[in-house]
Design a protein around this ligand. Structure first.
Ligand SMILES: Nc1nc2c(ncn2[C@@H]2O[C@H](COP(=O)(O)OP(=O)(O)OP(=O)(O)O)[C@@H](O)[C@H]2O)c(=O)[nH]1
Ligand SMILES: [Mg+2]
Length: 355
């Protein structure tokens, strides 16, 4: 069962119920205003009547397929919920909205022009056509190519998570402010200033990013320890961790082994205050020692480019087919990993009917 109309308040909403028991359930829950319903569903017919016990709600019941009925009910949120609940109470399962509705839903929520452009391509059928082409080919040719952009597809609306972490007082909050381009988090020369994760939504190169400032990672007790614990949790969910070290301190504290190298960008901050390390020190391959100054902004554009390269090493070209929601991305990746063709075909067909 799924809601075909967009969520929200409208004059009319449509709830689709499909499956072998759809007609039987419609006959149980719906009381027609006129003659009784036929024993078997008759395609394209519809009836006016009441749904549910007691006063119920006045609805139109329509047969949309051999095993699919539609309930057209009043469109207020509570009414729609109530209609869905009637079917849930009779053993129906709720499904996410159908794909064609959800691509529009996603498009209106797209945070940047770049992600909106990708979603618009899919609204025009790019993803659907690619899936159909793959299904029509005997060896499912083109499937790995479709999975190539699964990670991008997961983040067209939901931002990538970039976490700024490192020891206390190295300039993490200053760096968040430098990246966000304005004063967003509290900066002070007292170590342990940031007590909790602070989140900022931004776009890097047109990609939506949620930047999280964390409490300095060190042993601590009490209130601060709680913030640090949360910081560790945030780290484990990050897509990229920017590990900040202080170039002016005697001892640089490197990230622990618990952060996978693939999602780690390590930087040395306060380059403005480091004797002998001018901008030139940033010229070579400085991935391990990228020099940045949160204070002057030196190295910040390069850091942004590195974060983007880490998050999206292979951006989709214009017009590419992209599995544009986390659900579609999961299905396409599962189809690639499927050991038998039948399973892969089933997953791809699901991509055409469900979001
Ligand atoms: N010279 C110089 N000082 C900086 C730079 N970045 C930060 N600082 C100073 O370093 C101190 C600590 O900065 P914060 O941004 O609060 O550091 P933090 O890592 O967030 O600290 P905690 O939240 O306490 O873990 C402040 O006095 C900043 O002004 C930089 O690029 N250059
Ligand atoms: Mg801080």
């Amino acid at each position: 069962m799924s809601l075909l109309t967009p969520k929200g308040v409208g004059a009319i909403a449509t709830v689709e119920v499909s499956g072998p028991r759809a007609w039987e359930l419609a006959r149980t829950l719906f009381r027609p205003a006129g003659k009784p319903l036929p024993d078997a569903p008759e395609l394209h017919r519809f009836w006016f009547g009441t749904l549910g016990e007691g006063a119920g709600d006045e609805v139109v019941l329509a047969v949309a397929g051999e095993s699919t009925v539609e309930v057209h009910c009043h469109g207020g949120r509570r009414v729609v919920r109530w209609v869905i609940d009637q079917f849930l109470a009779h053993g129906c399962a709720e499904r996410e909205p159908t794909r064609s509705v959800s691509v529009l839903d996603l498009l209106v929520r797209a945070p940047t022009l770049r992600t909106a452009g990708i979603l618009l391509d899919q609204l025009h059928g790019t993803f659907d056509s690619a899936v159909r082409r793959i299904l029509a080919s005997p060896d499912l040719a083109g499937l790995p190519e479709l999975a190539r952009f699964a990670s991008v597809g997961r983040h067209l609306v939901t931002p990538w998570k970039v976490v700024i972490a490192g020891p206390p007082n190295v300039g993490k909050s200053s760096l968040v402010n430098a990246l966000a381009g304005y004063q967003r988090t509290v900066v002070s020369d007292v170590a342990g200033t940031t007590r909790d994760a602070v989140r900022v939504q931004l776009a890097f190169d047109g990609w939506p990013v949620e930047l999280t400032d964390t409490a300095g990672l060190r042993d601590a007790v009490g209130l601060e320890a709680e913030g640090i614990e949360r910081g560790r949790r945030v780290l484990s969910e990050a897509d990229v961790v920017v590990w900040v070290m202080d170039g002016t301190s005697e001892k640089m504290i490197w990230p622990g082994d618990d952060i996978p190298v693939a999602k780690l960008v390590a930087i040395v901050n306060k380059s403005d205050a480091i004797q002998g390390w001018g901008p030139d020190a940033n010229a070579g391959d400085a991935r391990e020692l990228m020099l940045v100054s949160a204070k002057t902004g030196h190295g910040v554009p390069k850091l942004v480019a590195e974060i983007v390269r880490c998050l999206i090493p292979d951006p989709p070209p214009p017009g590419a087919a992209v599995p544009y929601s986390p659900e579609l991305a999961d299905r396409v990746e599962a189809a690639v990993a499927a050991t038998d063709r039948g399973e892969a075909v089933r997953l791809l067909r699901d991509c055409l009917t469900a979001g």
